[in-house]
Design a protein around this ligand. Sequence first.
Ligand code: PMP
Ligand code: GLN
Length: 412
Amino acid sequence: MLSTVRPDDRRRSTTIVTIVAVPADAYLARRLRPFATTVFATMSELATATGSVNLGQGFPDTDGPDELCEIAVAAIREGRNQYPPGNGIPELRHAVAGHQHAWYGIELDPESEVLVTVGATEAIAATLLALCEPGDEVVMFEPTYDSYAACAAMAGAVPRLVRLHPPDWTFDPDELAAAAASPRAKLVLLNSPHNPTGKVFSSDELGQVAAVCTARDLLAVTDEVYEHLVFEGSHVPLATLPGMRDRTLTISSGGKTFSFTGWKVGWVSAAAPLVAAVRAVKQFLTYTSPAPFQLAIAHGLGLPPETLRGFAAALAAKRDLLCDGLALLGFEVYRPDATYFATTEIGPVAPGLSGSDFCLALPGRCGVVAIPSAVFYDPADPGAGRTLVRWAFCKRDAVLRDALRRLASWSP
Ligand code: PMP
Ligand code: GLN
């Protein structure tokens, strides 16, 4: 994306900042050209260049628990600095197994049923590369987190989209059944809690997903990185539903739960043959994942449940601060049940503008960055999500208040 904005402008200065994205098309394989630059990188760059409050990319502006930092630092000083085992250090594999058992009653063999990855991002990529043949279809709910279509394309697979509808982001079970009935359907990729909408799939909806998987003999891949950031309802892993234990690959990571998104420690858990397939790919993507951070996240997974619930409670208050403020400014707010993100309909505030135009104008006009939700929809359907905008609220209260103050200066 190439965009021109006025930093500081808010009509005071005329300095122009140009974000230049070197086009990747000349060399990039054709199937990956739609994915040349992630919107998160572009918008964070724009925020830095314009001095805007960044409510775009989902990362907290305060770090997680000190005790986890101390463990990582001590691990470096104590010399845990060479390649750890390719499938992850035993401490973390055991901690993941212990966590899945304590929170969800899922029994895992830490030796063969847990694989540590470089964030959930690598887990998703390695899983799709491991499981999909070219031409296979991956059933996923739209809007979709941006890496899914890109990873499907890397594997030569094709997204088969099932639409979520606001305000509750429900789907039509017949649409899901039709997608799953396709002869090329290989697996269902489910993200719950869901980015960008903040939806937590209900037991009933999970039951419908499980029913199509068992009826059509599909695998399921679940992205549960927001499992501990739930404010309403509770998180239920798809793997706990009848018939799903041995056909589900469950992915999560420590970045969101512990507010260390830069540590990039993730994992996949599943039946041993499925984990073995993903490990075969992971060994040639990154081979292994940084040892000191694995040790710290292993400790984090064993923190008392009240501590993890405290993270969610603190974030729920931020959700309310931002959502109430956006509603007061006139946005139609879809208040999320989980995650870092709230979605708004911008029509009442910016009549006639698309979310993309609004988000490109916002840094210059108000000094705030947000994400146009259209990027989470199929580009072949340009009307989809056109007037929706995603805002991250995982920021200090003062920063959220500042953003709201700045947004108050918007005039259509
Ligand atoms: N899945 C979803 C839904 C996400 O929002 C993110 C961003 N954190 C990821 C996966 C990637 O997670 P990680 O940073 O652990 O790679
Ligand atoms: N998951 C983060 C988000 O949705 C972004 C992570 C990334 O930049 N890939 O904002």
